[in-house]
Design a protein around this ligand. Structure first.
Ligand code: F0G
Length: 364
């Protein structure tokens, strides 16, 4: 493992997360990656993934890449077993936790990580605790945590406060599976590898909360480039909701420094004010010639509706990518082909639909 900030090297272990020298989050490094796809889904890319003794899998990955226009595709991560991209990371992270002999798992979450940890923990026979910001988790995600038997730790605060609680009070007792855990990001990098197998892409638009997934996608592309599968990495564009946009704000000012905010947005999945992965995500996005931007809640809601009218129901956080696309395409800032990473299914958040006027005809 290597520190992306100071370059320190650390032997890999399930519990190494932070650089002992400077405190930055550690990366799992794969020297001279060889990619030999075999089988289906996330474990199809086993040659560049850790190899825990038993694999806890629910058939994650292998999600549809849907063509919306000649130059626009959507990677529908809502088709994963628990309805979000988190399953890609959880199959790797929970397998490692199980192999390391953990008896319980813990995550702080805006909802999807909790749903996924609850399901994969149940499949592994492990106890799961989920720290959730009270009143700000979509109903479907909460239902998943409950039905899979997780214990809910109610946090009177936002995601950032839930994550602090996990780091300070739970991490020593249970195996933590937030995105500071590099093994989860290893699973998530397979999004890039699946795209590569189907299409040559110039721009990838990703919703950003804690900024783990955009980094994971970059890592997948970089390893594919090192393995000779692609010649270059597409421009990565990270989208934040206006009310929760510390990275996009710093980017707009050209200042590589994070000033945490008190987050507020309808897109509850990315209602995060202090993204732990911001540094490596920043470096990755910069290296691709991409950028970070913000979109308003109104644009996000309109984008969700527009996608739904094309037959694709994604949750609000995911719809931010289409809002960003519309803005960039409208101002002529995008060239070539684009893929939107639609991270979660719309059914996760049925309350969001209350905004739309139903067309009802009373027949009896
Ligand atoms: N989209 C969805 C649907 C999410 O649930 C999340 C994160 C993101 C995008 C952002 O990904 O954090 O890697 O930048 N959800 C986390 C959770 C925080 O707890 O479920 P990121």
């Amino acid at each position: 493992m290597r520190c992306p900030r100071c370059g320190a090297e650390v032997p890999p272990s399930p519990l190494s997360f932070k650089c002992p020298r400077c405190g930055e989050l550690l990366d799992a490094v794969i020297e001279e990656p060889i990619i030999k796809p075999k089988g289906r889904g996330v474990w199809r890319f086993s040659s560049i993934l850790p190899q825990p003794r038993t694999k806890i899998t629910l058939g994650e990955g292998c999600t549809p890449l849907i063509r919306l226009r000649s130059d626009l595709l959507l990677k529908f991560e809502g088709a994963n077993p628990t309805g979000s991209f988190k399953d890609r990371g959880m199959t790797v992270g929970v397998s490692i936790a199980k192999a390391a002999g953990a008896s319980s798992l813990v995550v702080a979450s805006t909802g999807n990580t909790a749903a996924s940890a609850a399901a994969y923990g149940a499949a592994a026979g492990l106890e799961v605790k989920v720290a959730l910001p009270d009143g700000h988790v979509a109903a479907g995600k909460l239902a998943q945590a409950i039905v899979h038997g997780a214990t809910i730790l109610k946090i009177r605060g936002n995601f950032d406060e839930a994550l602090n609680y996990v780091l300070e009070k739970e991490a020593g007792r249970s195996y933590p599976l937030n995105s500071f855990n590099p093994w989860r990001l290893e699973g998530q990098k397979t999004i890039a590898l699946e795209i590569i197998e189907e299409a040559r892409i110039d721009n990838v638009i990703v919703p950003v909360g804690n900024a783990g997934n955009i980094y994971a996608i970059w890592k997948g592309y970089r390893e594919a480039m090192e393995a000779g599968l692609v010649e270059s990495i597409p421009r990565l564009i990270g989208v934040q909701a206006e009310g929760a946009s510390p990275i996009a704000s710093a980017w707009a000012m050209g200042r590589e420094e994070l000033v945490p905010v008190k987050p507020e947005t309808v897109a509850s999945a990315i209602r995060i004010g202090k993204p732990v992965n911001w540094f490596r995500a920043w470096r990755a996005v910069k290296a691709t010639g991409g950028g970070f931007m913000k979109v308003s809640d109104e644009e996000i809601i309109n984008a969700q509706k527009a996608l739904a009218r094309m037959g694709i129901f994604v949750e609000l956080a995911s719809a931010s990518t289409y809002a960003a696309y519309l803005r960039l395409a409208g101002s002529g800032e995008l060239s070539g082909s684009t893929v939107l990473i639609a991270t979660g299914h719309g059914l996760k958040d049925p309350d969001a639909v209350a905004r739309y006027l139903p067309r009802i005809i009373e027949v009896y």
